[in-house]
Ligand binder design. Structure first.
Ligand SMILES: CC(C)(COP(=O)(O)OP(=O)(O)OC[C@H]1O[C@@H](n2cnc3c(N)ncnc32)[C@H](O)[C@@H]1OP(=O)(O)O)[C@@H](O)C(=O)NCCC(=O)NCCS
Length: 179
């Protein structure tokens, strides 16, 4: 059964509430947070991410968790597992991803939350391998991958199939970790 929440020393990862949606939309509209994505998201696009996350929890038992900093009860972003279906040499696969509002960067929250999400994937869901990928230029993200013990083989690097050739974000790194 999918737990209602996962906890770490400083974070509570929980299913989305309506109250999280406005803060998530603000983060998705921030060009700094979205620098390594093709564009920022509108309110409708942001809410659609939440709807898909909740649907995935119901159907697959995994999804993107809303992350709250326990001490302040503030919404900080998300961390979660996702079924990667893009056309690439490593798919289908289960991926781990994260996105935080700028004011929460630099505290180790993504690394701390990602560790409990990985453990949930390996222990509860019995996944054999979890991958993560990001634009090569997104160093902050691949440094989280390295901190949680994922490894990178340059032979796995790939061009994102939905970006046009030559796009500034086209080249991606792939990281992997096994149970
Ligand atoms: C990717 C992202 C989640 C990384 O956030 P982050 O805060 O850099 O990552 P962490 O939570 O692991 O924190 C690490 C930093 O906190 C610092 N830190 C402070 N206190 C810490 C603690 N108690 N424990 C660990 N690290 C701590 C570390 O020194 C490190 O700082 P540095 O980057 O200056 O070296 C964030 O940049 C983000 O949301 N980006 C936009 C969305 C995005 O690109 N997502 C990925 C798409 S694939």
């Amino acid at each position: 059964m999918t737990p209602r929440e996962l906890r770490t020393d400083r974070l509570r990862l929980h299913r989305w509430t309506d109250a999280d949606r406005a803060a998530f939309a603000a983060l998705n509209a921030d060009p700094v947070v979205m620098e390594h994505f093709p564009s920022t998201l509108t309110l409708e696009q942001s809410n659609a991410v939440v709807d898909r996350a909740e649907a995935a929890f119901e159907k697959q038992g995994l999804g993107l968790w809303a992350v709250e900093v326990t001490e302040s009860s503030l919404f900080a972003g998300y961390i979660g597992l996702w079924q990667a279906t893009l056309e690439a040499h490593f798919t289908p696969a289960i991926e781990i991803g994260w996105r935080f509002a700028k004011e929460f960067w630099g505290n180790g929250y993504a690394t701390e939350g990602a560790r409990v999400v990985l453990a949930d994937g390996f222990e509860r869901l019995g996944v054999d391998e979890i991958v993560s990928f990001t634009a090569t230029v997104n160093e902050r993200s691949w440094r989280v991958m390295e901190r949680i013990g994922m490894t990178h083989d340059p032979a796995d690097d790939f061009d994102h199939p939905t970006l046009e050739p030559g796009h500034r974000l086209e080249r991606h790194v792939l990281y992997r970790i096994s149970r």
